[in-house]
Ligand binder design. Structure first.
Ligand SMILES: Nc1ncnc2c1ncn2[C@@H]1O[C@H](COP(=O)(O)OP(=O)(O)OP(=O)(O)O)[C@@H](O)[C@H]1O
Ligand SMILES: [Mg+2]
Length: 222
C-alpha cells in the first residue's frame, strides 16, 4: 500500500527533516509512527498525502510514484486517503452533519446518497444522535470522533492520523484508538503518528520509530 524508498526531505534546501527512510506498509496493516517532537512524523505523513514532495527517493502509494501524479490528479489521489488531525479542524458554525458531509459535498455526491453515507459514518463513531449539534456543543472526544467520521465518510483505503489523541484523557484516547482498530479490522490500512508511548505499547501493532529524521526501529507486533 505504501512504500518509502530511500526518502529524504529537506526544508529550505538545508535542514534535513527526514533522511534515507525505507519501509513498506502492506494493504490492511495498522502501523504506529512514533518519535520525539521534531523527529519527522508529520513530515512523513505529509509526504504520503502529497502535501510535500520528497527531496530524495520515492514515495509509492497503491503502486503510484506520487511525485509523478499530474497536478490535476492530486485531488483525486487525496480523496482516497482519510486524514485525522489533532485539532480536527471542524467548522464551528456548521452542524455535525454538515461537517461530516463536507468531503462529499466537495465531490458533488448526490444529496440523498451523501446523507446515507454521513449517517453511516456517524453511526460508526457512535454519534448519530448528535447530527444536528454544533461542534461547540460537543466534548473534545466527541469532536475528535466527528473528525474521524469525516475522514472515513469516503470509505478511504488508507486512513492517516496525526496525533489524534493529543488533547484527550487516557480513556478517551483508548476509545479513539479502538475506533481506528475497528476500521482496520474491516480492511482499511491505518497509520497513526503518536507520541503516547504507553497507549501504543498496550495496543500491540507494528511501530515505526523516528529519531532526528531517521527510521531507527521497525517493531513488528508481537
Ligand atoms: N514547513 C516546514 N519548513 C521548515 N521546517 C519544517 C517544516 N515542517 C517541519 N519542519 C521541521 O522538520 C522537523 C520535523 O518536523 P515534523 O513536524 O515532521 O516533526 P514531528 O515528529 O511531527 O514533531 P511533533 O511531535 O512536534 O509534531 C522539525 O525540525 C521541524 O521544525
Ligand atoms: Mg507532528
Amino acid at each position: 500500500m505504501i512504500a518509502f524508498e530511500h526518502v529524504g526531505k529537506r526544508y529550505g534546501g538545508r535542514f534535513e527533516a527526514l533522511a534515507n527512510i525505507d519501509f513498506g506498509v502492506a494493504r490492511g496493516e495498522m502501523v504506529f509512527l512514533t518519535g520525539h517532537s521534531g523527529a519527522g512524523k508529520s513530515s512523513l505523513l505529509r509526504l504520503i498525502m502529497r502535501l510535500e514532495r520528497p527531496s530524495r527517493g520515492r514515495v509509492v502509494v497503491a503502486g503510484h510514484d506520487i511525485a509523478r501524479l499530474h497536478a490535476s490528479q492530486v485531488p483525486f489521489y487525496r480523496r482516497q486517503i482519510g486524514v485525522v488531525f489533532q485539532d480536527h479542524q471542524l467548522l464551528f458554525d456548521r452542524s455535525v452533519f454538515h461537517n461530516v458531509a463536507l468531503p462529499l459535498v466537495i465531490q458533488g455526491v448526490e444529496p440523498r446518497e451523501s446523507a446515507r453515507r454521513v449517517r453511516a459514518a456517524l453511526d460508526k463513531v457512535g454519534l448519530l444522535h448528535r447530527e444536528k449539534a454544533l461542534p461547540i456543543e460537543l466534548s473534545g472526544g466527541e469532536q475528535q470522533r466527528i473528525g474521524i467520521a469525516r475522514a472515513v465518510v469516503n470509505k478511504p483505503a488508507l486512513l492517516l492520523a496525526d496525533e489524534p489523541t493529543g488533547n484527550l484523557d487516557p480513556q478517551l484516547s483508548a476509545d479513539i484508538m479502538a475506533l481506528f482498530e475497528d476500521f482496520n479490522r474491516i480492511g482499511t490500512t491505518v497509520m497513526i503518528a503518536s507520541h503516547d508511548l504507553a497507549l501504543i505499547a498496550r495496543l500491540h501493532h507494528r511501530t515505526l520509530r523516528l529519531r532526528d529524521g531517521r527510521l531507527v526501529a521497525d517493531e513488528r507486533a508481537p
